[in-house]
Design a protein. Structure first.
Length: 342
């Protein structure tokens, strides 16, 4: 998911932006109110405390899931396609006792720790984002005692705001020692002379600003970006990059493996914990190429349901851990229970 799209260049204007513009970007009314209720003059806006740090293991790897915040899409099912299936989507939401007035999306960052080295898979909105509902990753890392310099490896599933922006802090890299791995197809799409959004159902108005923002981030991160290929193993060979196109051209998922245990980070193959499982053919407006995203989702779900793989969803209810299970012809998301561990 990529909205609300808020390019760096326009952030300062954000606080003064008209409410209708914010609504169009998917920023909720409470978020707007919280945002305009700033802290003391000269002080940054108050952020809610971030208790959302969850630690777990994959084999011998210490892992953590940090909530970078949450989004609420007031457009609700108007964001979902095909349009003719919206009554069925509504039925699915009602049956599952989900809210109908808006689509809630979580923003989850998965981290891995091997020795002193830390890897982050995507980086959220960035700690300087003016919306207090976003950008909690830095605080979560602090809670875990992890310094930005310790992050030696980054993975970028794709370049939408909620995934890329946290790798940048102002006009500098947020994690100066990290090599950031991404598929070349993703890089080339945004760097191309004319990125093609013609198949996407998304609002086209914010796109020029979004392309500009991504390119600005690429400029800042140019010495850190490393092109990964499909199937390549990175970070002590524990993470395998999986090409998963559709949401964007070079969208990637990641399989983490240690010993007999594994987990598949499904990135933005799924945006809602009911809808895309109820029918893997339902798509969200932000997909660049909906037809390809459906193919990718079906392929991944078939494999994951057969293997009962442990999964992690960037936009699924925090901490994002669960399993994709077969349900008739389709699937269901079974979230993993919290474990208080040792
Ligand atoms: Zn996203």
């Amino acid at each position: 998911m990529s909205s609300p799209e808020l390019p760096h260049s326009s952030r300062r204007e954000f606080l003064g932006a008209a409410a209708f513009a914010l609504a169009g970007m998917g920023v909720s009314a409470p978020a707007l109110m919280a945002q305009t209720a700033k802290g003391a003059p000269g002080q940054p806006p108050k952020r809610p405390p971030n208790p959302y740090v969850y630690q777990f293991k994959i084999g011998k790897i210490d892992c953590f899931s940090i909530s970078d915040g949450h989004m609420l899409f007031r457009q609700g099912l108007d964001l979902m396609w095909p349009e003719s299936d919206r009554p069925k989507m509504k039925d699915a939401l009602v049956f599952n006792r989900e809210r109908l007035d808006a689509l809630p999306l979580y923003v989850n960052v998965l981290g891995l720790r091997i020795g002193d080295e830390v890897a982050l898979i995507d980086a959220g909105f960035g700690e300087r984002h003016p919306n207090p509902n976003f950008g909690w990753l830095a605080e979560g890392l602090k809670t875990l005692g992890i310094r930005p310099e310790q992050v030696t490896t980054g993975f970028l599933s794709h370049c939408h705001t909620d995934h890329l922006d946290g790798f940048v802090l102002g006009d500098k890299p947020a994690y100066p020692n990290a090599k950031i791995h991404m598929l070349k197809a993703e890089h080339d799409f945004w760097r191309g002379p004319n990125p093609d959004f013609s198949k996407s159902k998304r609002d086209k108005k914010p796109l020029p600003a979004m392309v500009k923002s991504v390119n600005r981030s690429f400029d800042i991160l140019k010495d850190q970006i490393v092109f990964a290929s499909d199937g390549q193993k990175v970070f002590h060979d524990a993470v395998t990059v999986i090409a998963a196109p559709g949401h964007t051209d070079g969208h990637a998922c990641f399989e983490i493996r240690s010993g007999e245990e594994s987990l598949v980070h499904i990135s933005d193959v799924v945006h809602h914990h009911v809808l895309m499982f109820e029918d893997a053919g339902w798509t969200v407006a932000m997909d660049h190429d909906p037809e390809t995203s459906v193919k990718t989702r079906k392929k991944l779900f078939t494999r994951m349901a057969a293997e009962r793989s442990r999964a992690y969803g960037f936009h699924l209810p925090w901490p994002g851990l669960g399993t994709v299970v077969p349900k008739g012809e389709q699937y269901a998301w079974v979230p993993e229970r919290f474990s208080w561990g040792s």
